[in-house]
Ligand binder design. Structure first.
Ligand SMILES: Cc1cc2nc3c(=O)[nH]c(=O)nc-3n(C[C@H](O)[C@H](O)[C@H](O)COP(=O)(O)O)c2cc1C
Length: 175
């Protein structure tokens, strides 16, 4: 069983929380990499790195928060810049957002390079949160409108995270 890397992009911290829950929930040793800030986050340390060396990991999990039907741009850039290398690892995807799994999977996959999209078989939507005090005025308005139409955000989906961890254990060969 080799180490897993969880690459994530988050604006207000919910996707980071999810990435860290995945890292704690899978059997392989896992580190999280914030591709927006270039920070490596393990259970007991945080370190800024100039470049992440994907060769040192087995399974790579890629996840982003969704904004206006798109993953965060640093996430798209990371996937495009590392596409070739990613194709030589087992890859799983997740989204964080208040939309449906079907919507968000479509948005995420559309934003990925085609070969990486076909390569990444495993996907999960792990819920999302709305924290108005962290948002700017435009975002607060957009979310107010969303909640009017769809009801309140359901929050982080712990059950979906647990199921995703089981799928990842299979992918990393730790079952
Ligand atoms: C302006 C705005 C647009 C959003 N658009 C989407 C969207 O298209 N799909 C979705 O599922 N969630 C959407 N969300 C919800 C966020 O993805 C959700 O708040 C998520 O938890 C944010 O994660 P983060 O804290 O890691 O940035 C949107 C939120 C805001 C404020």
């Amino acid at each position: 069983m080799s180490n897993a890397l969880i690459v994530f992009a988050s604006k207000y911290g919910t996707t980071q929380k999810i990435a860290q829950k995945i890292a704690a929930g899978i059997k392989a040793t896992a580190v999280c990499y914030d591709c927006k800030t270039g920070t490596m986050i393990s259970a007991d340390s945080q370190q800024n790195v100039k470049q992440v060396n994907l060769a040192g990991y087995g399974t790579i999990v890629l996840g982003s928060a969704m904004y206006m039907g798109m993953p965060i741009s640093a996430f798209k850039k990371f996937c495009a810049a590392h596409e070739k290398e990613l194709l030589s690892h087992p890859v799983a995807l997740f989204t964080c957002g208040v939309g449906t799994s079907q919507e968000d999977e479509g948005y995420l996959r559309k934003a990925l390079p085609a070969a990486l999209n076909s390569h990444a078989a495993s996907y999960a939507h792990l819920g999302g949160d709305v924290v108005p005090e962290r948002m700017n005025a435009f975002e607060r308005m957009a979310m107010k409108e969303y909640v009017k139409q769809h009801g309140p955000a359901a929050g982080i989906n712990e059950q979906a995270i647990a199921e995703f961890c089981i799928a990842l254990n299979k992918l990393t060969g730790s079952l």
